[in-house]
Design a protein around this ligand. Sequence first.
Ligand code: CMP
Length: 146
Amino acid sequence: MAIEQTLSIIKPDAVAKNVIGEILTRFEKAGLRVVAAKMQRLSREKAAEFYDIHKARPFFGELVDFMSSGPVLVQVLEGDNAVSKNRELMGATFPKNAAPGTIRADFCDPNGDPGENAVHGSDSVENARNEIKLFFKTEEICARTR
Ligand code: CMP
């Protein structure tokens, strides 16, 4: 087992549903620790920078609109295999495909906009490192010493 850090974003749809606590509880119950967190409303520029990898995709404009439509909670999660553990907890990208018991199955509308999927999680350790840097300075990440 490797101790990893991953970037998690609780997206505007889940913040609007007032389920921040329920989602964080899932991370904590799975053994992930929050080592940094901030609530913010992303500007369109920041959302576009974050999702730059998708800029050529047809859904990019919609994604930027959605991610800047309300506040998000951005966190760094740490723990054994944090990247893959977080992705298992989130479930498939599209809520209608997410397995029962996953965050996206439980907190999204399966018949709603497929991009409104409650959470983002980094897909590799390398991307996690880059995504974390976009939101947090080194000194904003708190070692869990107790
Ligand atoms: P996320 O895991 O944050 O990574 C990229 C995001 O783009 C994804 O979650 C969805 O919110 C969104 N997305 C991916 N594919 C589509 C699509 N076909 N239509 C709309 N949004 C999408």
